[in-house]
Design a protein around this ligand. Structure first.
Ligand SMILES: [Zn+2]
Length: 96
């Protein structure tokens, strides 16, 4: 009841330097979801596309598994990605 959904236009989000925005409008597939500022694509559609591709294309799925495996073994790549995440959002990981 007191929950408030904040809508913001792509232009406003872009001006604020945000990567995602939510305008409250339906996408062409009928999702009400956040969209990317970069290409205006609905995040639900992106997820569905990725899911379908993994289900339909075993070769692609294997490539993705391999890529993920390599990434998980690559400490420097993970550190690089972590450094891109704003401090407020990164989890406090124990230092080993
Ligand atoms: Zn969509």
């Amino acid at each position: 009841m007191s929950e408030q959904i904040i809508t913001i236009s792509r232009n406003e989000a872009h001006a604020l330097g945000l990567k995602r925005y939510f305008n409250g409008k339906l996408c062409s597939k009928g999702h009400v979801a956040e969209r990317l500022v970069s290409d205006r694509k609905c995040l639900e559609c992106s997820r569905a596309r990725k899911r379908d591709k993994l289900a339909d294309d075993p070769e692609h799925a294997e490539k993705e598994r391999k890529r993920k495996r390599e990434y998980m073994h690559d400490k420097r790549a993970r550190a690089r990605v972590r450094s891109l995440v704003p401090k407020s959002r990164s989890r406090q990981l124990p230092v080993s």
